[in-house]
Design a protein around this ligand. Structure first.
Ligand code: NAD
Ligand code: UD1
Length: 359
């Protein structure tokens, strides 16, 4: 059983990962300031988790930018964590263009603060939430981890900056180790996980994605149209160089992603000092029109749409080469588009107002 700090544990991916980790027998402290989430998600996690797991999750309200909150989290974890999974951050591309300093503050300064606390408390194992957004406009599909990192918006710049911070940390230690292994500079075990497009929900329909305000991502928007909360989907561009003219993305079920975190945690925990950089995607792309059709089938509802101009900054294709994660972690995404739509719909229909809904 690993003792793990999960920052941002109440969020969309964090809550599903907490559940998967509890089911696997690990012990967790979830630290979250609930800036973009609700504490209700973790209450639901406890309700779904096996009874014996309930005592293994503690929740602390606090901000990763606050060193005292981090010290408190470490004390709650008994003074020492075996690993940290770091989800906490801001993730809206649009908002990052309007408020870049908030993104540098939370995503970069917050991560730096967390790393300082980890060093202070002798924890050197970290799984970090990066994003396929670091690839910007990829030149080659499928995208391998060796593709250039060239983000095209402030959100992407902050993810690339934290990736670089982690690489600097890891390489400093490795050089020192080669010269003189030292107890003061223990080796880092780091996984930089680049997610493609996480969607869907836990199959119970009790936890899921709860965006603040109008969603900018395709899946939550389509769900709200199917539910009648929005009149129609606007499809950004019908003239992309793709088979049906709409954008293609590599959607991955959030439960597969959560299991990817479990695999990464266990690989690092049992493994040598190393820094892994891994795409977490399915390696299969779907167009916007294919998603609309699959969602209509899963929900039995129609999803009216209209074509509008391309969204600035969009790329036509984004599909992962996920083979390195398969090799390093023995993990592959298993759930298909039908399952993503079915589970996403089960959550949306029972929670039209997200966690503010009753039930
Ligand atoms: P989310 O917004 O649902 O979760 C982020 C969590 O971090 C929330 O619970 C929020 O309250 C918390 N948080 C924010 N600022 C904090 C702070 N200063 N201190 C403590 N907690 C704070 O987002 P998500 O989709 O679960 O994403 C999790 C991580 O994965 C993020 O780092 C995001 O950038 C990254 N990511 C997400 C996607 C995606 O499409 N969902 C894709 C690639 C990468
Ligand atoms: C967006 C972010 C990316 C982030 C990812 C996952 C941008 C430019 N990029 O990527 O940084 O990592 O989310 O959170 O915002 N679409 C529509 N109508 C809509 C919404 C989307 O047609 O209302 C289309 C898009 O043009 C795209 C596809 O659906 O072709 C998927 O869009 P989205 O869910 O926003 O994900 P990304 O564009 O991959």
């Amino acid at each position: 059983m690993a003792n793990v700090l999960i920052t941002g544990g109440a969020g969309f991916i964090g809550s599903h990962t907490c559940l998967v980790l509890l089911e696997a027998g690990h012990q967790l402290v979830a630290l979250d300031n609930f800036a973009t989430s609700s504490p209700e998600s973790l209450r639901r996690v406890l309700a779904i988790a096996p009874p014996a797991a309930k005592a293994r999750l503690r929740v602390l309200e606090g901000d990763i930018r606050d060193p005292l909150a981090l010290d408190q989290a470490f004390s709650l974890g008994g003074g020492r964590f075996d690993a940290v999974i770091h989800f906490a951050g801001l993730k809206s591309v649009d908002q990052s263009v309007r408020e870049p300093l908030s993104y540098w503050d939370v995503n970069v300064a917050g991560s730096r603060n967390l790393l300082s606390a980890m060093i202070k408390h002798h924890c050197h194992t970290l799984v970090f939430s990066s994003s396929a957004t670091v690839y910007g406009h990829p030149h080659h599909i499928p995208i391998a981890e060796s593709a250039p990192v060239q983000p095209i918006n402030p959100y992407g710049h902050t993810k690339a900056a934290v990736e670089q911070m982690l690489a600097d940390l890891a390489s400093t230690v490795i050089e020192n180790q080669a010269v003189a292994p030292s107890a003061e500079r223990p080796p880092w075990r780091i996984a930089r996980l680049r997610y493609f497009n996480p969607v869907g929900a836990h199959p119970s329909g009790r936890i899921g994605e709860d965006p603040l305000g109008p969603p900018s991502n395709l899946f939550p928007f389509v769900s709200q149209v199917a539910l009648g909360q929005r009149p129609a989907l606007r499809i950004f561009g019908a003239d992309w160089p793709t088979p049906d003219g709409t954008g293609i993305r590599d959607y991955i079920h959030v439960m597969d992603l959560a299991e990817g975190h479990l695999a990464a945690l266990e690989a690092l925990w049992n493994g040598p000092a190393q820094m892994l950089t891994l795409n977490l995607g399915r390696g299969r792309g779907y167009s916007v029109l294919e998603v609309v059709k699959a969602f209509e089938q899963a929900s039995g509802r129609s999803v009216p749409f209209q074509f509008v101009a391309r969204r600035p900054g969009d790329a036509p294709w984004s599909v992962a080469d996920p083979s390195e994660a398969g090799r390093q972690l023995g993990w592959w995404a298993r759930r298909d588009l039908e399952e993503m739509c079915r589970d996403g719909w089960a959550w949306q229909r029972s929670h039209p107002q997200g966690y503010r809904s009753v039930g």
